[in-house]
Write a protein that binds this ligand. Sequence first.
Ligand code: FES
Ligand SMILES: [Fe+2]
Length: 313
Amino acid sequence: MPNSIFLSPKNIKKELSRNGLYFQTLKLEWQMSCAPEDVAFNYADIAHSDHVHDAMYDKPIVVTNDVGILIRTQKIWSFLKIPILLAGYSYEKYRHCTYFSLYGIHVINEVRMLPHDSLLSTKIESHYHVGMPIFLLWLRPLIHSLLKRNFIALSKDDRQIRERRGQLRENGCDFRVHSNALNFGPGFQQITEIDTENVIVAKDNCSQKEQLSIDLNKVESQMVFLGTDIFGVQLMKEGDKILVYPRICFHEGACLDNATKRNANLICPWHGKKIPPCITYEFETGQTEYAPNNKYYSMNVENGVINIYFQSS
Ligand code: FES
Ligand SMILES: [Fe+2]
C-alpha cells in the first residue's frame, strides 16, 4: 500500500477553486505504439529533458521514486525562457499528474494512459485543467495555445523513446519494475541512476549463442554494424585496435546506432551515459579485453574472421 499522500488532479482543482480560481479544461490526445508503462516511464524520466528536448531543461530539487519536484526551464520563444516550479507523480496506475503554477496561473496536467487495441498501443489523454483568478481570464486563449503547442512538440520528441521501448517489448525484452509506491514500473529516482541496467534481455530469443562474423580486413575506421539494432554490435578500427560496442544502451534501451563518439566512448542519446567498448581487440598481440560490466558479448578471431557471440545468460 502506498505510504505517501497523492492528491488527485480532481482534488487539487477542488482546493484551488475554493480559493477563487476559475478552471477550464483543454483536452489533447495522442496515440503511440508502446505499452502504457513506456509512457509512464517517460513521465518519470527527468534526466532525458536535457538530452532529448530542445524546449526544456529540468533541474531536480527533490526526487524520490514516487515523485519529482523540479525547476523546469521552459523555452517559450527563442528569446524567452521561463523557470517553472513543477511537481510530477503517478497518483494511480496509468494516471500521472504534473502540476505547476506561474504568475498566478495554475496548470494541472492530468494524464491518462489508456491501453488501446493491442498491448503495444496506448492512447494518451492529457487534460490540462487551467485555473486563474478572474482578472486574468482574458489570457486563457493564449495559455491554451501555448500548452497545445508545447504538448505537440514534446510528444513528437518523446515518441522515439516510448516507441523504441515498445519495439524492444515486441522483441521479447522487458524492463525492470521499480518498487515505487504504486508498484507498476517507473521510479523517478532509479531512472536517474544511469549506471544501472534496467533492460531485461529476451532470454527466450537468445538463450542460444548468436554468432556475428566479419572479415578482419573489412573493419574500417567508420563504424560497421552487425546483427540487429537490439542484439547486434557496432565495431570500428582505431589505430591498432578494434573497438566493439553494443547497439543498445542497457540502462533503459536507447538505440546507439547514431550515438556520438567522444574519445573511446559512445554517448547515449537519452541520458548521456558514456559507453566504453564492450570488447577491445589488439592486432599486434591478439589480445582481447572485455569491459568489466560486459555480460553478453564474447569474441574470437579465427582465420582472419572476427566472430562475436551474443548470449543473454
Ligand atoms: S538509456 Fe539511459 S543512458 Fe542510455
Ligand atoms: Fe519528454
